[in-house]
Design a protein around this ligand. Structure first.
Ligand SMILES: *Cc1c(COP(=O)(O)O)cnc(C)c1O
Length: 280
């Protein structure tokens, strides 16, 4: 596996190690369940939801993560202090190597979109391919590499995965929403990775009384959309400016802007709540 840890330290099975002298990444070859959280002002955002999903992912893969939610959150905060970095992404990996369990916690350099991406929308491509077990966040290097290659070639920030029948399920590392005839559409929960950001956005649509439907979305419908956006830990709510050759004015769509603003509010409220609790 790629040695992708940044900053000075990482944690492997409760112990702090230097990111320089570890060969642990070379040993990761077997089943690996992962999770990516964003750290904002020292607070791991929506940590409880991410850890719950990680444990659910493990359960669906037939393994059990023993580490408790409290231990994980505690170790993330140790790393925040040791690495003296308060705004970054943190990756959690549970893996089995030579019949031994490993739990890694380390910082990664996120590919944050630039401000332009939010004001103009990103370019995306359609990509024929499916994640075989959509609910499990599992490391699959070869699939990821193929997608990265196609994205880079097209200058696209994200690839939208299309199944054999022509339905768009999700982004390769994000969830997707479309606006069509004034309604919001997102592919059904059974067919996608249940993103923490996706959950928040569905909640926001309900709060704002925006009509939202979970139904399969076919590539033929792209010609009819008024807007689209992806959601994810690294990108928040990010408008799509184009899908292949089709331009979409998503960034100036009022519903997209409203949802993005509300999501931003939820993030700030969570961070403020956490900081208050930590200082109490
Ligand atoms: C991580 C991921 C997402 C986004 O999930 P968040 O919890 O919102 O970050 C969506 N799709 C796939 C395939 C993912 O791996």
């Amino acid at each position: 596996m790629k040695r992708e840890a940044v900053s000075d330290f990482l944690i492997v099975n409760h112990k702090i190690h230097s990111t320089e002298n570890t060969d642990i990444f070379d040993r990761i070859k077997g089943l690996s369940i992962y999770e990516v959280l964003r750290i904002t002002d020292g607070v791991p955002l929506f940590a409880e939801e991410h850890i719950k999903r990680m444990k659910r992912s493990a359960g669906l893969a037939g393994v059990h993560i023993r580490k408790t939610e409290m231990e994980i959150i505690e170790e993330i905060s140790i790393l925040v202090k040791k690495n003296q970095c308060k705004d970054i992404n943190v990756k959690l990996i549970w893996t089995l190597s030579e019949e031994k369990e490993f739990f890694l916690i380390y910082f990664i350099r996120p590919e944050y979109p630039n401000q332009d991406a939010y004001t103009r929308g990103i370019h995306t491509i359609l990509f024929q391919g499916e994640r075989k077990k959509p609910h499990i966040k599992i490391v699959c290097g070869s699939f990821r590499e193929k997608i990265t290659k196609a994205r880079k070639k097209a200058g696209a920030y994200e690839a939208l995965l299309v199944d054999e029948r022509g339905y768009i399920t999700e982004g390769s590392r994000s969830n997707i929403f479309f606006l069509k005839k004034g309604k919001i559409h997102t592919p059904p929960s059974g067919t996608v990775l249940l993103g923490v950001t996706r959950e928040h956005v569905v909640g926001i649509c309900n709060t704002l009384k925006m009509e939202i439907s979970e139904a399969p979305f076919h590539i033929d419908e792209i010609s009819e959309i008024e807007g689209a956006f992806i959601t994810g830990t690294t990108v928040d709510v990010l408008p799509i400016g184009s899908v292949d050759n089709k331009k979409i004015p998503s960034a100036s769509h009022s519903a997209v802007q409203k949802i993005a603003e509300h999501y931003d509010k939820e993030v700030k409220a969570y961070v403020a709540r956490r900081k208050k609790r930590n200082s109490a």
